[in-house]
Design a protein around this ligand. Structure first.
Ligand code: ADP
Length: 493
């Protein structure tokens, strides 16, 4: 039996870690996962213990390694990906100082204000692609200095979650641009730490690891890790990408083909659009990050998408399936006979960047029923995506989107999104995730492809049929009016 060459990918998610092995055709031949707890020590705080990540990752890799042995598969390299923005604080010996605050942690309001006081917003956006954002890593460091000065004094290194895994596996500290651009202090044009931004905050660039390419080897698997997992010692570990970038890689999205982006109808709605150059929205209303292929991408995030439908079902119709709710909504026309839903159940990111926005149904009468409520909710989420896309469109060359996420099962929802955005939306024959992207990023180092672009072209899913767009003219007009009545004209920046 000839050995089957594979690369491995890790995705360090918020609920658990996933490990996959991909063959040279991009097919998953083995997968394993482990979960870990989310700590919420105070309202608005979300943390995880890096030690829990380490235990879960080593257990998942041992599980994967066992499966590979049975298959006769030989791992050639391992790529990393994971939740962005978290902060792992390490002392001079590389020991973890405190639990890591995560991407959705809300404790940093005062730190964000301090950053905005010390670095003019327009300057920060021009350099780093983003305004100061509560969840990013940089404000967490500023928070630590203020709130836990003893911990700050011991801090010699701050790592992103997946880069901490790289350190654990190889003993080397490094990061790569796609995740590093979610810190809030990476100069996007140079893809290195912005010493002026850090200097204005009195922070040393030495706190942060070296930035290498996403497809570069960080180091080899340590002997103790090899012994514990059964994987080969010195297995090359590749820097990888932040979870959005790695998911983009898995979908074959590349800045060499900036006309194809993606829309994910998951708990939140995410628009991912590749770009060749670092051109931010001057108001910072959508994110600009480095992509893992050496280019860039815009990211628009609307906080309520499939999560809003889940909420409606849980609260109003717990006994009814999603398909039945969507069938009721399909019989209701554009504009839901005058009912409008503003979907801001959790505030909004793109483009409003306002945590204080709230949801609302308006225009209800005795004639309306559950189908109208659901239809208005779907239309509202599509209009929220359109508001984000209005900021992205002039900056990008995107002409079609690949659909992902739980909501993409519905033709109605995709048709409304396609109609609202004015773009063709296509399903794909499979839906690979960030762990697959991490494994693809490891393929050049494994020698399976001469470069990343070959791997990206060969391994992406095949686009399926375009979903027929549905009219949303009335829905969008009602959305604009309802937003204006409740919140006034959209703020520009
Ligand atoms: P997450 O962001 O948590 O990974 P998923 O992408 O798995 O979320 O999406 C789950 C959501 O997908 C559910 O909450 C629901 O809103 C939506 N969903 C599930 N089934 C359907 C369906 N048949 N049609 C439309 N939406 C669906």
């Amino acid at each position: 039996m000839t050995a089957l060459p594979v690369t491995l990918g890790l995705d360090l998610g918020t609920s658990g870690v996933k490990a996959v092995a991909l063959d040279r055709q991009g097919q998953v031949v083995a997968e394993a996962g482990r979960s870990y707890p989310l700590l919420t020590p105070r309202p608005g705080w979300t943390e995880q213990r890096p030690g829990d990540w380490a235990d879960a990752t080593l257990a998942a890799l041992a599980d994967l390694s066992g499966q590979l042995g049975e298959l006769g598969a030989v791992p050639l390299a391992l790529g990393l990906s994971g939740q962005m923005h978290g902060a792992v604080f390490l002392d001079a010996c590389g020991e973890v100082i405190r639990p890591a605050p995560l991407w959705n942690d809300q404790r940093t309001d005062a730190a964000v204000e301090e950053i905005e006081r010390r670095v003019p917003r327009a300057d920060l956006i021009a350099r780093t692609g983003n305004r100061a954002v509560t969840g990013f890593q940089l404000p967490k460091l500023v928070w630590l200095r203020e709130a836990e000065p003893q911990n700050f004094a011991r801090t010699r290194h701050v790592l992103l979650p997946k880069d901490y895994l790289g350190f654990l596996l190889t003993g080397e500290m490094a990061t790569e641009p796609s995740d590093a651009s979610g810190v809030g202090a990476l100069n996007l044009a140079r893809k290195d730490w912005d010493e002026d931004v850090l200097g204005a905050l009195g922070l040393s660039p030495d706190l942060f690891p070296e930035v290498v390419n996403s497809w570069d080897i960080v180091g080899g698997l340590k002997a103790q890790v090899a012994a514990r997992t059964g994987l080969p010692a010195r297995l090359p570990v590749v820097a990888g990408g932040g979870d959005n970038a790695a998911a983009g890689v898995a979908l074959g999205l590349t800045s060499q083909r900036p006309e194809v982006g993606s829309v994910s109808l998951g708990t939140s709605g995410v628009l991912f659009v590749p770009l060749e150059g670092p051109t931010p929205d001057p108001g910072g209303r959508v994110h600009l990050f480095a992509h893992a292929d050496g280019g860039y991408n815009l990211l628009g995030v609307t906080l309520a998408c499939a999560g809003a439908l889940q909420w409606l079902r849980d609260k109003l119709a717990p006994e009814v399936g999603f398909d039945a709710l969507l069938t009721e909504a399909a019989g209701v026309p554009d504009g839901a006979d005058g009912v409008t839903f503003l979907p801001y159940l959790a505030g909004e990111r793109s483009p409003h960047m306002r945590g204080d926005l709230r949801g609302a149904w308006t225009g209800l009468s005795l004639a309306h029923g559950r189908g109208h409520l659901t239809r208005a909710l779907l239309e509202g989420t599509a209009c929220a995506l359109r508001d984000a896309f209005d900021v992205m469109r002039p900056l990008s060359g995107v002409t079609s989107l690949l659909a992902t996420g739980g909501g993409a099962r519905s033709d109605l929802w995709l048709g409304l999104v396609s109609g609202a955005l004015g773009l063709p939306v296509k399903r794909t024959d499979r839906e690979p995730g960030a762990a697959d992207g991490a494994a693809i990023l490891a393929m050049p180092a494994a020698g399976l492809f001469p470069g990343l672009s070959g791997a990206l072209q060969a391994l992406g899913p095949r686009p399926g049929a375009t979903v027929p767009p549905l009219p949303t003219h009335r829905a969008r007009q009602q959305h604009r009016e309802a937003f204006g009545r409740l919140y006034g004209p959209p703020r520009d920046a």
